[in-house]
Ligand binder design. Structure first.
Ligand SMILES: Nc1ncnc2c1ncn2[C@@H]1O[C@H](COP(=O)(O)OP(=O)(O)O)[C@@H](O)[C@H]1O
Ligand SMILES: CC(=O)N[C@@H](CCC(=O)OP(=O)(O)O)C(=O)O
Length: 288
């Protein structure tokens, strides 16, 4: 064996050994991962994220994957010649939009992720928040149409599938007791699910390194923050756009008992593994 191969194998073994205590720390625990539409930039990258999730399942971590799909919805709306507008970061949703959004999120995006997980050797099952009344919702306000607020999470279907060794993959569509569906922001849905399951950690994969002091400077990353600091950042308007619902969802989930959340760049290969399995951390770590 050449020296080069030998050195490379040594490095690989060292990395595995470094990861071991973290694998042990999370084994048997639940981690809720929110995979944002803006991090699903191409099929290759999506598959690489599914491989990482498959590895986490293989080492005994119970993963619940909640996904968005904003850009895929935008494309479908454009193709259908429908106008999109957002109010405070939430998409106004009329009856026809709701049908299309449900088809894109619960159909196209959900099944492509489940297929990617199966291709990566994982056991995965996809459903939306409608199935098993997982996400019980109500209308947020008339001015947003069929946008929902989460009233309650019914975790039965999640515990059932996790106990059978499957990874549940969830589209953020909710339902009320009359069977009316609602479009729900995926960050909010994921945070509510993390709180309801008493998850060990809640990881949000997006298209920035984490929470930035200056949104135009990737090097201005906050590595660690606590909830009161998040509130101050929102109040000072350092946080804008799509980052606002993320932080509000984390604050809400922490009030409901979540202890740890992480925001990281899901477009960086293996960011999830680097975050969970090394001392260095990777994105912004938020503690209660
Ligand atoms: N202080 C900040 N730090 C990081 N991102 C920020 C900040 N303020 C605003 N943002 C914006 O929030 C976006 C992430 O939210 P969003 O586009 O909704 O992502 P996703 O599709 O993953 O949910 C970033 O791309 C960035 O433009
Ligand atoms: C009410 C509302 O705005 N729902 C979102 C649901 C999808 C989502 O949140 O996707 P990302 O995580 O990729 O942004 C929407 O219609 O875009």
């Amino acid at each position: 064996m050449s020296d080069l191969v030998d050195q490379a194998s040594q490095k690989q073994a060292a990395l595995l050994l470094e990861a071991l205590p973290y694998m042990q720390k999370y084994a048997g625990r639940t981690i809720v991962v929110k995979y944002g539409g803006n991090a699903m930039t191409d099929d290759q990258l999506k598959l690489s994220v599914m491989r990482d999730l498959s590895l986490l399942q293989t080492v005994g971590i119970k993963i619940v994957l909640v996904h968005g799909g904003g850009p895929a919805i935008n494309r479908a709306m454009e193709q259908a010649n429908r106008e999109t507008h957002f109010i405070d970061g939430l998409r106004y949703t009329d009856e026809a939009d709701l049908q299309l959004i449900n088809a894109v999120l619960s159909g196209e995006v959900n099944k492509s992720l489940v297929a990617g997980l199966i291709k990566s050797g994982a056991k995965a099952v996809g459903f939306s928040g409608v199935d098993g009344s997982l996400i019980q919702a109500k209308q947020r306000s008339a001015k947003l149409g069929y946008v929902g607020d989460v009233m309650k999470i019914n975790p039965d279907l999640l515990t059932l599938t996790l106990d059978q060794g499957y990874m549940p993959v969830i589209a953020s569509i909710g339902v009320d007791s009359d069977g009316q569906l609602y479009n729900i922001n995926a960050d909010t849905a994921a945070a509510e699910i993390a709180a309801a399951l008493g998850a060990q950690s809640f990881v949000l994969m997006t298209n920035v390194r984490g929470i930035l002091q200056d949104p135009t400077d990737p090097d201005s990353l906050y590595r660690e923050l606590a909830v009161p600091e998040l509130q101050a950042l929102i109040a000072s308007e350092t946080i804008q756009g799509g980052m606002i619902p993320k932080l509000k969802a984390i604050i809400q989930a922490m009030r409901a008992g979540l202890h740890q959340a992480v925001i990281l760049d899901g477009r960086v290969p293996h960011a999830l593994l680097l975050e969970l399995f090394s001392d260095r951390g990777y994105g912004s770590l938020i503690s209660d």
